[in-house]
Design a protein around this ligand. Sequence first.
Ligand code: ATP
Length: 980
Amino acid sequence: MGSIYGDESVVSWDGQDSTSGHEEKIFVAVRLRPLNDRELAKNDVSDWECINNTTIIFKNTLHERSMLPTAYAFDRVFGNDSPTKQVYEEAAKKIVLSVLSGMNSTIFAYGQTSSGKTYTMTGITEYTLADIFDYISNHQERDFILKFSAMEIYNELVKDLLCSDGTPLRLLDDPERGTVVDKLTEVVLRDFNHLKELLSTCETQRQIGETTLNELSSRSHQILRLTVESEAREYVGALNSSTLTASVNFVDLAGSERASQTLSAGTRLKEGCHINRSLLTLGTVIRKLSKGRNGHIPYRDSKLTRILQSSLGGNARTAIICTMSPAHTHLEQSRNTLLFASCAKQVSTSAQVNVVMSEKALVKQLQRELARLENELRNLSSLSASGGSTSALKEKELLIEKMDKEMKELIHQRDLAQSRVQDMLRSSSTSKSWVDMNNSHEKGSWTDEYPASEASEIIDPLRFDVASRTSYISDKYEGAINPSRIEDQFLEHNEEQFLSDDTSPRLYIDKYFGPDPCKGWEKMAHVTDKGFEDNCKEVQCIDIDFTKSNMGSSESSPQKADPASGYTMQSPCSSDIEVSDTSLDIPRSRSCAAIMITVEKSPSLEAAKEKENENRLQNEADNQEKLSTVESVEKSENLSTKESQSPIMNENIKTLREDSMEKKHEDCVKELSEVIKPKSTPEPVKQVEDDFVRMIKPEPVKQVEDNSVRMIKPEPVKQVEDNFVRMIKPEPVKQVEKDYVRMNKPEPVKQVEDDLMTKPGSVKQVIDDSKEMKDAKTPNEPEKTADYGSPKAEEKNQYVSDWYTEFERQRRDIIELWNACNIPLVHRTYFFLLFKGDPSDAVYMEVELRRLSFLKNTLHGVRIVKDDQFFTQASSLKALNREREMLSKRMLKKFSAKEREALFQKWGIYLKSKQRRLQLCRRLWTDITNMERINESAAIVAKLVGFKEPGQAPKEMFGLSYSPDPTNLRSSSWRHSLPM
Ligand SMILES: Nc1ncnc2c1ncn2[C@@H]1O[C@H](COP(=O)(O)OP(=O)(O)OP(=O)(O)O)[C@@H](O)[C@H]1O
């Protein structure tokens, strides 16, 4: 008897958790009735016999030549002496009383005409109702409502058995309740007697006809329906009250019949046709369901199957009691019944508790559900706000913006640095050129060699603007002398002038770095040498020109040429560029060269300093010379009129007088080093370049775009599909195979061996220690014995003991993994016997553990992708079962009958059971927690396979040289089954 646990709980009749839907097969029982008087009168014989509770056999095999089965097994079979009460208790009660648990249930009586369906079903209905009423009276804590309805399907018309007008009822399809019989009378039962009255009404109403086989043959399918609603009394009207509601159907089918047997005609024949047709549909539904739910199930082909759809593979617990006549004359019908029963046995239903909540409870629950959903929605939105695609994009945009700013700043700094470099170089070169030029001028040599006409021809195409250039250069010159002004000059300087000026830092960048400044640093390394040399030359030329113009002015009006001196102040005198460049052979500023080397090769700071020192030494020598030159200029200054000197020149001379060239060079180098220091080492430059490329090139944007596209476009699906295809395609298997092969190759063994033998605290160490301990224990060597028991010896002892604990642990792991990976038993045995607990086993164990762990993971993966290809190749259950079969065959040869019997007894195998050897082999290596069983398994397999010296496994077996007595392994499949 079940129990009720209060509100929202259910009655459990069979110990199952009935609150959730569970799938179960239809319960099928067969009931054999006794031969009836008519059959006895005809001397009919009984063909069938129930040999136990579940099996019914065909007795008269002599009369039956067919190949049809002679024995049938069902959930329960009842012989002709079984009373209906027993049938109810053992085959129906559990199912029908599920109605009290809130689960729908149905009990069918199926069988040929006159086989005892009505007889059985009437009894079952009464017993059920009696039990239900009994239950209700014993459970006053619940409030029950019972409703009863009854219908029959006669000639494919649905009739209400509780209504006498005989009007056929319509079937309606309800989306929630399925097929319902429209306007079917439903009576609320007052008590058991009320029900009995109703049952009697039904009996009267039901179509009964006389046939030659049954005087009171039911000519219709009858469905009696009892609906049980229950509610815990203490919760009635409460907010959390709920009602269990379910129906039980008692279905007494019309009997299948053969017209020839029933000798029916007219009305009976017509009834028979309808009966057979609807039963045929029922049979088809059952047969189709028994083969799975593939394809169309013809529920709607008959009203019977349509009404009872929920009981046929639906959500009602179902039992079918097939009634049979044992008479030989009904053999064919009996066989059909058994065939139907066999099919029905394969059909599953999935019943669940129907809980109807009170309106208040429903509102409360809906409110709770609403709150939960709202909460989820909130979480989702906050999640998307914090980590969603929009925020990710925004974050990236911000990052890009930030990096963009940084890059701009870096570029700006670099520009400044370059400008400073140039200015310094120019000022340095100018000073030197200017001094040199003065020296040359003093010598009066260069203008003679290069006439003005030639110079003019060269300068014209350059459209050299002497005035602006002079002004600019003078400014820059000042800047070079006063580095603090450089930046201001660049900022203040006219943009156009910058662009037209090929000494402009911007053009310089364009020229040497290209439009993408990020490439500059590298490109610069290739072109600087020549480029900078050219640039320096230009600077020199300009300086020369400037110097020349100023020098000229000291002698005459700037508008007039002085043929004597060769000054051509009216026309651009850049012809002298060439002159200065070539004929004067002015040495390029060493400081310029040094600086460029620093930039060009991006050496380390130390290297730069080294070069700086080098330059300083060189410059010291140069400056000595320059200072003397300045002195000579000073001298000449005294000789010429003071007014003839330009203020700039005066300033220059003044500055040169105040600052030595060495100081200037030092300043240049120092400043340059400071400016370019962070970029002088290759890494930051590369980093800047990489960052820049990442930030300002189209790629990052593209990347962001791609990312966003990936997030919102259908491609992800494609990607997922691709991944999936990649997952389930043979490729991963191939990879897995490769990995597997790699794992099984001798290399890892070697590696593990090496590790274990060479590492400190290694196996070798343990072996040595244990040997040492063994030696220490030798009684013949007292001095060693003396050491035994000392702290050192105890430590060693502990060490060795730890090793054995570890050994046991590893061995257990391996055994577990063997089982998990379906490793062949022969392999297990060989290894198991190999492990003697010697520390040198560690190598084998470690390799085996690694291999198995890998295999287990792999198999796990393979199972996920359901790729049997690798699975079977690696270690499949199928292969293992094959191995067990083969081992079982060898038992005859390897074990005597006595030994086998002893083994069967030891392993709990019933001596009279079939396939005892196979049973035994199927148990080998299965109880992995029982070491005794494992030991026995190993011993049995070893004997079956014929290991000669199982403990003496060569380590080569880790390769492919596994050879456990080839004479005993004739079948190649044995070797094939080995995973190595
Ligand atoms: N197990 C049984 N023990 C004794 N008598 C039985 C048993 N089963 C059926 N009978 C008797 O056999 C006869 C036919 O039974 P019943 O009417 O139940 O058959 P049925 O299968 O319902 O037939 P139909 O399909 O024609 O209605 C009845 O007289 C009934 O009393």
